[in-house]
Write a protein that binds this ligand. Structure first.
Ligand code: BJW
Ligand code: ZN
Length: 242
C-alpha cells in the first residue's frame, strides 16, 4: 500500500514534518469544518470564525465555542495521533504543525507541536488581555465578560487575524528542512497553512497526503493515500517503525 519511495525516504530521513487538520481528530469525535458534518446550526465556519461576527453576535459565537469546548474536553486522542507520537521517536527532527485547536497531539504524547490556529483551552479579554481558564467561564450562558467589561474570547486564530509569529516561523523552517512532509486530514484551503506543503515541495521534500478524498494539494503530492488517518498511520508505524 505504501510506495517504495516513501519507505526508503523514511528510512534515512532526519527531518520529517507533518501538517494536520480537522480530519485527524474526526475519528476522536471532533466535527470537521467543511463537508456535511462541518455545519453547526446551518452556519458555515467562515461566518462564525471572524472578529466581526463575534462583535456582532458574541452570544452565538460563544455558544458554538462552548459546544466545541465541551466535545473536546470529553474525547481522547485516536490511533492516528498515537501513531504520530510514535513516529517522532524515530527521527532526529520531527515537527507536527497543526491547524487544530484541540490539544490532542500533546495529549497523545507528541512533543514538538506547533499550533498555527491557537488552542481552544485558552481564553482572553479582548480589551485588557487578561487570561481566563475554561473553569472560570464555561458555566456562562451568554458570552462571558471580564471585570473590565471586555468580552472574553477563545484563544484561537480567526479569519483575517495573524497567526502566532513564533509558531509560524518554526513551521516554515520545519517545512523547508523536511525530507518527507505529510499533509493529514486537511482540506488544504485555509492559508497560510495550506502553503506549507508547497514550501516543503520547493525545498525538495517528498509530499505524502492522507485524506478521505482528494484535495487541491493532491495533484502536487508525490503520494496520495485515500482513507482514514487513524487506520493508515498505525499501519505505517507497524510496517516501518517497529
Ligand atoms: C479525513 C478524515 C479522516 C475527514 N482521515 N482525513 C484569498 C486567497 C487566499 C487567502 C485568503 C483569501 N482571502 C482571505 C485569505 C486568508 C484566509 C484564508 O485562507 N481564506 C481562505 C478560506 C480563502 N486566512 C486567514 O485569514 C488566516 N490569517 C491570515 O491569512 O493572516 C494574514 C492576514 C491578516 C489580515 C488580513 C488578511 C490576511 C487565518 C486563518 C484562521 C483559520 N481559523 C480556523 C478557525 C480556528 C479556530 C477554531 O477552531 O474555531 O481554523 S477556520 C478552520 O479552517 C480552522 C481550521 O484549522 C482551518 C482548516 O480546516 P481543516 O483543518 O483543513 O478542516 P476541514 O474541515 O476543511 O477539512 C477536513 C479534511 O479532513 C477534509 O479534507 C476531509 O476529507 C478530511 N477527513 N475525516 C483523514 N478520518
Ligand atoms: Zn478585561
Amino acid at each position: 500500500m505504501f510506495l517504495q519511495k516513501l519507505i526508503s525516504r523514511l528510512r534515512t530521513a532526519q527531518h520529517v514534518a507533518v501538517l494536520t487538520g480537522a480530519g485527524i481528530s474526526a475519528e476522536s469525535g471532533v466535527p470537521t469544518f467543511r463537508g456535511t458534518d462541518g455545519l453547526w446550526k446551518k452556519f458555515r465556519p467562515e461566518e462564525l470564525t471572524n472578529f466581526d461576527a463575534f462583535i456582532k453576535n458574541p452570544d452565538l459565537v460563544w455558544e458554538w465555542y462552548k459546544y466545541r469546548k465541551q466535545i473536546i474536553s470529553n474525547i481522547k486522542p485516536n490511533p492516528g495521533h498515537y501513531a504520530l507520537a510514535e513516529m517522532e521517536k524515530h527521527h532526529e527532527h520531527f515537527a507536527i504543525i497543526t491547524q487544530n485547536v484541540d490539544n490532542l497531539h500533546r495529549r497523545a504524547g507528541s512533543k514538538n507541536v506547533y499550533e498555527l490556529h491557537g488552542n481552544i483551552e485558552r481564553n482572553y479579554c479582548i480589551d485588557c488581555r487578561k487570561e481566563f481558564s475554561d473553569v472560570e467561564i464555561l458555566s456562562s450562558e451568554k458570552a462571558p465578560r471580564c471585570k473590565c467589561s471586555g468580552l472574553i474570547r477563545p484563544g484561537v486564530v480567526w479569519f483575517g487575524e495573524m497567526l502566532p509569529e513564533d509558531q509560524w516561523n518554526a513551521s516554515v523552517a520545519a517545512a523547508e528542512q523536511a525530507e518527507v512532509f505529510f499533509s493529514l486530514g486537511t482540506s488544504a484551503v485555509v492559508y497560510p497553512a495550506a502553503s506549507l506543503p508547497m514550501v516543503a515541495k520547493h525545498a525538495g521534500a517528498y509530499i505524502v497526503e492522507i485524506n478521505l478524498e482528494r484535495t487541491d494539494l493532491s495533484s502536487t503530492a508525490d503520494e496520495v493515500l485515500l482513507g482514514k488517518s487513524g487506520e493508515i498511520l498505525p499501519r505505517l508505524v507497524e510496517t516501518y517503525y517497529k
